[in-house]
Design a protein around this ligand. Structure first.
Ligand code: AMP
Length: 182
């Protein structure tokens, strides 16, 4: 028999919510990546598209955020997920919304090429998950519309592609502003 989400260490409430979302059994990358993250370790994962990578990084963060309760400071994000493209960022936010349905968890998107007004407004009260492309996020940090000092989780999705696209300096600067491991 394959391992269950409960055996990976996720809470009963989260396991029940996953079942409702149609997630019954962890995929291989989820089975490998979730336990070390729940133990607060940094991980690097490689898996094909469609293998469930998004939930592999989102579930451990979600589980910790739910346990910590709703404590957000204005203009901050508790978890930051960087993605190379707008399309990927939108998909990631959709998956996080699906996984967190029913929990008091907020998400926001920061993307280039669209008006920043609604993005800034959404972040203003503080959010749990911020999914962003590096260029626009760098602009908002510079303009002090977002403060990364409360950001305890940092995920680089498709990191290889992000670096290929020349985002290395933005990613470095952003990572320096976060506060991992608290
Ligand atoms: P991803 O590789 O993260 O883009 O996920 C691919 C698709 O598989 C998405 O539609 C997810 O919602 C879905 N998915 C991920 N993990 C599971 C799972 N354990 N059980 C069922 N569906 C899943």
């Amino acid at each position: 028999m394959s391992i269950t989400f409960a055996e990976l260490g996720l809470s009963a409430d989260l396991v029940a919510a996953l079942k409702t979302a149609g997630f019954e059994t962890p995929t291989p990358i989820q089975a490998k990546a979730i336990p070390p993250q729940l133990a607060n370790r940094d991980i690097m994962g490689i898996a094909q598209t469609g293998s469930g990578k998004t939930a592999a990084f989102a579930l451990p963060i979600l589980s910790r955020i739910i346990a910590l309760g709703t404590k957000r400071r204005p203009k901050t994000a508790r978890a930051l997920i960087l993605a190379p493209t707008r399309e990927l960022a939108v998909q990631i936010e959709d998956t996080i919304k699906l996984l967190s349905r029913g929990a008091h968890v907020s998400t926001a998107l920061v993307l280039g090429g669209v008006s920043r007004f609604s993005q800034v407004k959404r972040i203003a009260p503080g959010v749990d998950f911020l999914v962003a492309t590096p260029g626009r996020l760098t602009d908002l940090v510079r303009e002090k519309d977002i403060d990364l000092s409360d950001t305890t989780w940092l995920v680089l999705d498709e990191a290889d592609r992000m670096l290929d696209m020349g985002f290395i300096n933005d990613v470095r600067r952003i990572a320096k502003g976060t506060h991992p491991g608290r």
